[in-house]
Design a binder for this molecule. Structure first.
Ligand SMILES: Nc1ncnc2c1ncn2[C@@H]1O[C@H](COP(=O)(O)OP(=O)(O)OP(=O)(O)O)[C@@H](O)[C@H]1O
Ligand SMILES: Nc1ncnc2c1ncn2[C@@H]1O[C@H](COP(=O)(O)OP(=O)(O)OP(=O)(O)O)[C@@H](O)[C@H]1O
Lengths: 216, 216
């Protein structure tokens, strides 16, 4: 079972740490502010207040024994770099960092970070996808331009069977899953009848899926 | 063609606005800081410097004519609320807001926001999924605990056919797509032979998918 240490318990760090705990993993939360540590103590396996730029303090909690350390410090880039370099030199196998700009990302990768995320940037991109497919709810882009997308069933299809809707020939998309209320129908049969409020998970090009989701 | 206005061009707002422009949409970018407006002028269709809490200023740019307005203000919650309420009362059909906490989300929905996102929180959750499925690449959570996930083909399956791998009986997951290099094989036939480097898109519970992705 992997063990994680999350340095910096701001909105991003705390959300990451609590989701890891919910999925059953041991998580050590680290922050230098005592009031943040107290608040986090209820939701994270173990917490400790220390300054992550202090290599001796990190050695004292045996940071090298964790499989993955995530450095989730934002405002102070110097602290971000120092905590990353200290974790790597104490032997941590995988160090994942948060950055605020592409330039920060480049620098963190050069000093040894294994993976860098830009949370606000990625969230902005994702919202743009959701907003521009009028019915796009969520999406995995498999390659540029081709994706698996969750859309609301177009009104014209309500009452039709999958066979009658003829999705592959008319729109070039393949239906993978129908979400009907709380029930998931994986690879529905051709006699499935579409209902109001159904959600469809389809695969195809973004244009074809866009065309399908706009028929109403 | 939908038109968007993005109020607040911080990391999230700017990333959202530029992605919308890249996808071919008209975007009006709004911020009260002149230097931010100057920097954004190169990447956004049109920009204007104004205080979004000032209803007359919003009326002057005809904010009511935009299909969707996104309020991406973070630090100052009062500005966030005022800009949301002003946009709604000027007739904007869909107002999407960014919030920093669940409590802020509740308040924004009560004053008329149509949709609220918590970017840092969502990014923290997403990274937790990526880190805990050693092979999880991307994921759509259809319901709590059930998702469509992109994983690397487990080493034990390389050289086997889909029929021999017996995914549904042994792991309880259904294979939807195989990504083999640049080729996408949607709903592969039972005689498909798995190759090194293949990416699999499967549907199932997060535990079952986690079990499959950890067999190596
Ligand atoms: N040297 C350090 N050692 C330990 N914790 C630190 C250190 N420097 C900053 N932190 C903590 O990291 C957390 C997140 O940092 P900060 O607020 O700068 O990032 P942020 O990008 O605004 O965060 P978010 O967007 O996730 O809320 C804070 O709780 C802060 O106390
Ligand atoms: N009343 C206002 N009118 C217009 N723009 C505003 C107003 N208040 C704040 N802004 C702008 O909104 C932008 C984002 O706000 P802020 O920095 O508070 O959010 P943030 O959550 O830190 O942003 P991000 O995480 O996206 O970088 C800033 O560029 C700021 O100038």
């Amino acid at each position: 079972q992997q063990e994680f240490a999350v340095i910096g318990l701001g909105r991003f760090g705390l959300s990451l740490a609590t989701t890891l705990v919910e999925r059953g993993y041991y998580v050590l939360g680290i922050d230098r502010e005592r009031d943040i540590i107290q608040h986090a103590a209820d939701v994270i396996t173990q917490v400790v207040a220390l300054d992550a730029t202090d290599e001796n303090a990190l050695r004292a909690v045996d940071i090298g024994s964790f499989d993955t350390v995530i450095v989730a410090i934002g405002e102070n880039f110097e602290c971000n770099i120092m905590a990353t370099v200290a974790s790597k030199s104490l032997g941590v196998r995988r160090v994942v960092c948060k950055a605020r700009t592409e330039r920060q990302r480049d620098i963190l990768l050069r000093v040894g970070a294994d993976h860098v995320v830009l949370p606000e940037h990625e969230a902005g991109q994702r919202l743009a996808y959701v907003l521009t497919g009028p019915n796009f709810l969520d999406q995995i882009e498999l390659e540029p331009g081709i994706s698996i997308t969750e859309i609301r069933v177009p009104k014209t299809m309500v009452g039709e069977t999958l066979l009658e809707s003829d999705l592959r020939r008319r729109y070039g998309v393949t239906l993978l899953v129908v979400k009907h209320g709380k029930t998931l129908v994986v690879l529905p049969a051709t006699d499935y009848v579409f209902q109001e409020e159904d959600l469809l998970v389809v695969i195809g090009t973004n244009e074809d899926i866009g065309r399908l989701s706009e028929t109403n």
